[in-house]
Write a protein that binds this ligand. Structure first.
Ligand code: PEP
Ligand code: MG
Length: 869
């Protein structure tokens, strides 16, 4: 079996065998670039190592011996040579880059003799002994498992004795003393001596790399990232070159394009007379790579040419490591460079323009979630580094913001309006009452609730950052204080909220704003060409819809009409409606609400310019609209001009044990058809008004919470009757459809029957998940994180579809629905409609469209394209 490949024998397509690092070193060598000579021990040798009781087998040992001999011959250096000793680095490199494994041991080959030779060769004793003590520490830690801290302590003690500030103050004799102490540690801590024989060092290092493939951290990483554990790692052995051999030497790192902005220009830095670590250690300030053009123009041109060629060859931006030894350039590493979302989008578009990749490849290169990140403000990284996380909760609505905290909508609004403060609403939870405070808040924080709680849904719709279900946050309304992880905060104190990861910080942190740019628009345009899955917005107001249209939405997939009542005067009428005891009492508030609703629908239809708009009839869990305590009851009674005792009685009568399973959705229509009738008149009335002006609208009317064909049929008749009456009255007609949400498991189980009376289906995955799993969507915050931490759930099913359970129901509903009606349009309008992983599944079960909050629209578009490719 061939266990070793010299660099000149491999290429970039041999990742599986040579690991990522080895394949790239081989490729650069084959392309004729100056790579220090070396070879790779394959991943198959790693497997053989494990098959041989964690020992290198004879075959591998013989091949290593031969490879070292060949390398020595080629570079004219030998292990232990008194004039020109061979020193090598040993680096691990799996096929998929993987933190947690042993990474690198440098300077293998140094010992008590060769350290002196190196000192003389480089004319730098300090460097030679510094390299030796580094080898001793790395080797002792990796091979003999002596904790790193033990070596650090020795170093610190010597520094303290001499009163030194930095490692750079250590003299040659200090370093010699440290080397001796390190050697003693080997004996004291591990009962071993440092092997002076370079070959022995090398074999021990190779063993350690193979062993580290199975260390605990690596195993955990593999499990979490679904990486097969029998892949094994490769080991790269490479001749050392020294960037610290004088002023004609140096070392640096560079990207072929700017990794922050994507600008097509070499970006990086280097240090003369330095070794790799110095560039990142920050002890000396590195120079920008552009200045190398002045100091070493030929070498710079050689490097720039290699960078261009590598990009051309790999067809992507590269992250490069190089060393200059006595004026000669050496390439040490090339790999696809990490980049910010903004850069990822620009680079993908530019590479298509430059003819290096196709549009399809460009789309596959961008992580859809990172597209979302472009649109949301983020905290300034430097400032963030100065802060620690005070508490965290569920990342309910992405984006970052700082503000002064207030615990009620009124106090937040007053501080915002009167004092012109930037405010953050902090509450136990939110209800429609709080909407005015929510609208003007920079961010929203709640101590309770899950990803589909009121605060989460509303914040996402508005594009306001929100963190909900925050552990360690208590809000004491009575005393107007909040406690975050033990620290007391008053109204007016500053906090910073990152809704993208759920973190909360005390104090103010600067944010950086980013916006849709031409490159992103191009990516969205290409996405559209790739996929015919519609991407609609969940939009409740003209402002939401306008935002969604800017992000490329194909229309509206869900307007939650109850959210249209989140304004003080409307809330008042809504409450009047809810507490009304009979149809007569409902007449006046209904008439008021009808006017407002018709205006709303008119605006949405007008903005749509004929795009599809789906309006869901009222689905309020009634408790969300009612006052909760005595004080609130008094206030609302005053507003409604009614007796508080009467109101308290009505609130009591309407109280439900389990409101989420109670009198909501189309159950309201069964008991009070007049509410849906009003909404239908408003919808069709608005569409007819626009028809007069020449805009043809086909309204899609959606019924929530349907559980059976009989129920849907009954409600559908109410809707159709109303429409027909209005057509007759106005003497005009238009096309319209009446469909249902699929959010009750029973509806999915009987989807063929439900389809007979539905023009379309739209999965309400929030309720469907709640009802399938029996997880209250408003209460998951208190236990969901534990389920995920303990591995009982792979992800929050309210964020990513539960394929095996909820997904199975959806699949069945699609099949049954289309069995009854082959062309039935079927969408998803729950929160996971904008989740890339879920979209992949929706594509697989032939869902026709998804609908999500406006800021998720671009993410969903790209995800839909990727799912289709
Ligand atoms: C759903 O249940 O998924 C849905 C979209 O409706 P809501 O969140 O308004 O209940
Ligand atoms: Mg629902």
């Amino acid at each position: 079996m061939k266990y070793i490949y010299r660099f000149e024998e491999g290429n970039k397509d041999m990742r599986r065998l040579l690991g990522g690092k080895g394949a790239n070193l081989a490729q650069m060598t084959t392309l004729g670039f100056p790579v220090p000579d070396g070879f790779t021990i394959t991943t198959e040798a790693c497997q053989a190592f494990y098959d041989n009781n964690n020992q290198l087998n004879d075959d591998t040992l013989t091949q290593i011996e031969a490879a070292i001999a060949q390398l020595s011959e080629k570079v004219g250096k030998q292990f232990n040579s008194p004039t020109n000793p061979l020193l090598v680095s040993v680096r691990s490199g799996a096929a998929i880059s993987m933190p947690g494994m042993m990474d690198t041991i440098l300077n293998i080959g140094l010992n008590d003799q060769t350290v002196e030779v190196l000192a003389n060769m480089t004319d730098n004793r300090r460097f030679a002994y510094d390299s030796y003590r580094r080898l001793l520490a790395m080797f002792g830690n990796v091979v003999y498992e002596i904790p790193e801290g033990v070596f650090d302590q020795v170093l610190e003690d010597v520094k303290t004795t001499h009163n030194y500030q930095s490692d750079l103050d250590l003299t040659v004799s200090d370093l010699k003393e440290i080397v001796d102490q390190f050697k003693d540690l080997y004996v004291g801590k591990a009962g071993k001596v440092f092997p002076q024989d370079p070959k022995e060092q090398l074999l021990a290092a190779v063993n350690a790399v193979f062993e580290s493939w199975n260390n605990h951290r690596a195993q955990v990483y593999r499990r979490e990232n679904h990486i097969a554990s029998d892949l094994g790692t490769a080991v790269n052995i490479q001749m050392m070159v020294f960037g610290n051999a004088g002023e004609d030497s140096g070392t640096g790192v560079a990207f072929t394009r700017n990794p922050a902005t994507g600008e097509n220009k070499l970006f990086g830095e280097y240090l003369l007379n330095a070794q790799g670590e110095d560039v990142v250690a920050g002890i000396r300030t590195p120079q920008p790579i552009s200045t190398l053009a002045d100091t070493m123009p030929d070498l710079y041109n050689e490097f720039a040419a290699i960078a261009k060629k590598l990009e051309f060859y790999y067809r992507d931006m590269q992250d490069l490591e190089f060393t200059i030894e006595h004026g000669t350039l050496y390439m040490l590493q090339a790999r696809d460079g990490k980049r910010t979302p903004t850069a990822a989008v620009k680079i993908a578009v530019d590479l298509v323009d430059e003819g290096l990749i196709s549009q399809t490849e460009a789309l596959l290169r961008i992580n859809p979630d990172s597209v979302g990140a472009i649109l949301y403000p983020e905290f300034d990284e430097a400032e963030l580094d100065q802060n620690t996380v005070a508490a965290s909760g569920l990342p309910a609505s992405p984006g970052a913001a700082s503000g002064q905290i207030y615990f009620t909508a009124e106090s937040a609004k007053a501080a915002h309006d009167d004092l012109e403060q930037q405010v953050i609403l902090v509450r136990q939870d939110t209800s429609p009452e709080d909407i005015e405070g929510m609208v003007i808040s920079e961010a929203i924080v709640t101590s309770r609730g899950g990803m589909t709680s009121h605060a989460a849904v509303v914040a996402r719709g508005m594009g306001t950052p929100a963190t909900v279900g925050v552990n360690g946050l208590q809000v004491d309304y009575q005393n107007r204080v909040a406690t975050i992880s033990g620290e007391q905060l008053n109204e007016g104190d500053w906090i910073s909220v990152d809704g993208t990861n759920g973190n909360i910080y005390i104090g103010q942190i600067k944010t950086n704003d980013t916006k849709v740019n031409d490159n992103l628009s191009t990516i969205l345009e290409w996405s559209k060409q790739e996929s015919d899955m519609g991407v609609y917005a969940n939009a409740d107001t003209p402002a939401d819809f306008a935002q969604a249209l800017k992000f490329g939405a194909d229309g509206i997939g869900l307007t939650r009409t109850e959210h249209m009542f989140f304004k003080p005067e409307r809330l008042l009428e809504m409450r009047r409606l809810i507490i009304a005891e009979d149809a007569k009492e409902r007449e006046a508030p209904l008439a008021e609400l009808a006017k407002m609703q018709q205006g709303d629908f008119y605006e949405l239809f007008r903005l749509s310019e004929g795009r599809s708009v789906t309006i869901r009839l009222l689905d309020p869990p009634l408790h969300e609209f009612l006052p909760h305590d005595e004080k609130e009851i008094q206030k609302v009674a005053d507003q409604l001009n009614i007796d508080p005792t009467y109101l308290a009685r009505r609130v009591d009568a309407l109280k439900e044990i389990n409101p989420m399973l109670g009198h909501r959705g189309d159950r309201l229509a069964v008991t009070f058809p007049d509410i849906y009738e009003m909404q239908v008149r408003a919808i069709i009335g608005a569409a007819l008004d626009l028809l007069d002006q020449g805009l043809i609208i086909e309204p899609h009317i959606m019924i929530p919470l349907t559980g059976s064909k009989a129920e849907m049929k009954w409600v559908r008749e109410v809707v159709v009757n109303q429409v027909e009456q209005l057509f007759a009255k106005k003497g005009a007609k238009l096309e319209y459809t009446v469909g249902t949400m699929m959010e009750i498991p029973r509806a999915c189980l009987t989807a063929d029957k439900v389809a007979e009376v539905s023009d379309f289906f739209s999965f309400g995955t929030n309720d469907l998940t709640q009802l399938t799993y029996g997880f209250s969507r408003d209460d998951v915050g208190s236990f969901m994180p534990e389920y995920i931490k303990k591995g009982i759930l792979p992800a929050d099913p309210f964020q990513t579809v539960d394929v095996d359970g909820v997904g199975e129901l959806m699949k069945m509903a699609v099949e049954k629905g289309r069995f009854a009606k082959p062309n039935l349009p079927i969408g998803v309008c729950g929160e996971i409609g904008g989740d890339p992983k879920s979209i992949e599944f929706f594509e697989a079960i032939h869902v026709s469209y998804v609908s999500c909050s406006p800021f998720r629209v671009p993410v969903a578009k790209l995800a839909a394209a990727q799912a289709h490719i």
